[in-house]
Design a protein around this ligand. Structure first.
Ligand code: PLP
Ligand code: COI
Length: 354
């Protein structure tokens, strides 16, 4: 199979929609650029990707995505600096994780060249769309789904890899109020929690709706055994500061190996912040909140960046987090976004110019 992408065919849109977009008031992931990348898997091989105008995708009703949910995705961002240069953040890690998810969902793995060269060509074509406003960036959504048809409950024989671009503002507006979940589970040992599989998110919507009805923004998932340990949020890994130590749970079958999470851990270590990667019990967090040693909780993810948590709810009681001067959250958010937006040094070599 040839994996050269020199010949990515580009079909340009006739009239750009860019003038219709209010770049000053961008929501998250709700407007899309002029073009998209598509790449089909047929006859046992990925075909050369092509770039076409952003448009609906036509599928057979028997396409396996509709019935058996073979679908995975990634979340990335492109950042524009003050000189209009465009940067990606650890994109090869997203490609690696896409293939980890693919393997678990019996989807054929995608060659790195198709992912990287396709992404760069698409971003280059729609680079005018990358917002420059503080707090905004281009959210990138690469995904693969089963387009092959048939009701037989087995992996499809055809797939589509697509990348869409969405100029976006922040994911959360303001601080986040979370509910520690004790009834429902997001994932289980031996399951697919570590994969970015579409169904992981579908399964979270109902419990999250119940939490939203009670006034929370997001559920904090606990382990499926006894709901004893803090795991992660719907679209974020979780960090907790008790006294001056920054804690986060270890990755496992049940938890997504977040790129923001591992970057924050490295930055924190470099900054001399004491960190511990270990199982965190709900009880120790509740005790720390009661004693006043719980200083901060925040979520971390590509979409959410670093999102401070203002309150957590547990067994009918709300625990408010204190206002901390020079919080770890703001310090770490500044460091990571300075790297992403090319405002500061990148000692780790994470930035890639497009
Ligand atoms: N956990 C879940 C379930 C997610 O969906 C995400 C978002 O991608 C994260 C954690 C954070 O991962 P990353 O930092 O790679 O975006
Ligand atoms: C991301 O942070 O990129 C995600 O994938 C979160 C998404 C579910 C909105």
């Amino acid at each position: 199979m040839s994996t050269t992408t020199e010949n990515i065919h580009i079909e340009r849109i006739e009239h750009s929609k860019i003038d219709q977009v209010d770049f000053k008031n961008l929501a998250f992931g709700s407007v899309f650029t002029d073009h998209m990348l598509v790449c089909d898997y047929k006859n046992g091989a990925w075909e050369t990707p092509k770039i076409i105008p952003y448009q609906p995708i036509s599928l057979e009703p028997s396409a396996k995505i509709f019935h058996y949910g073979q679908s995975i995705f990634e979340g990335m961002k492109a950042y524009k600096d003050k000189d209009d240069e465009v940067w990606l953040f650890r994109p090869l890690d997203n490609h690696k994780r896409l293939n980890i998810s693919a393997k678990r969902m019996a989807i054929p793995e995608l060659p790195e060249e198709y992912f990287m060269e396709g992404l760069k060509a698409l971003l280059d074509l729609d680079r005018e769309w990358i917002p420059k406003k503080e707090g905004s960036s281009m959210y990138i959504r690469p995904f693969i789904f089963a387009s092959g048809k048939g009701f037989h409950a087995s992996p499809a024989d055809e797939y589509k890899f697509v990348i869409c671009l969405a100029p976006s503002g922040s994911y959360f507006s303001g601080k986040v109020k979370v509910l520690i979940e004790e009834k429902y589970s997001r994932s289980a040992d031996g399951g697919v929690g570590f994969a970015k599989a579409g169904g992981n998110y579908a399964g979270q919507f109902y419990p999250t709706q119940l939490a939203v009805e009670k006034g929370y923004n997001q559920v904090i998932w606990t382990d499926d055994h006894n709901h004893e340990y803090i795991e992660e949020a719907g679209a974020m890994n979780i960090f907790i500061r008790i006294d001056d130590t920054l804690l986060t749970g270890p990755t496992s079958d049940r938890i997504l190996d977040g790129i923001t999470r591992k970057s924050i851990l490295q930055i924190a270590e470099e900054e001399g912040i004491p960190t511990e990667v270990r199982k965190i019990t709900v009880q120790e967090v509740v005790e720390a909140a009661k004693k006043g040693t719980l200083k901060e909780m925040f979520g971390a993810g590509t979409a959410a960046v670093v999102s401070p948590i203002s309150t957590f709810g547990y067994r009918g009681i709300d625990y408010d987090l204190p206002e901390v001067e020079t919080s770890y959250a703001s310090r770490l958010k500044k460091r990571i976004t300075d790297i992403q937006f090319n405002r500061g040094n990148d000692p780790f070599g994470w930035r890639l110019k497009v």
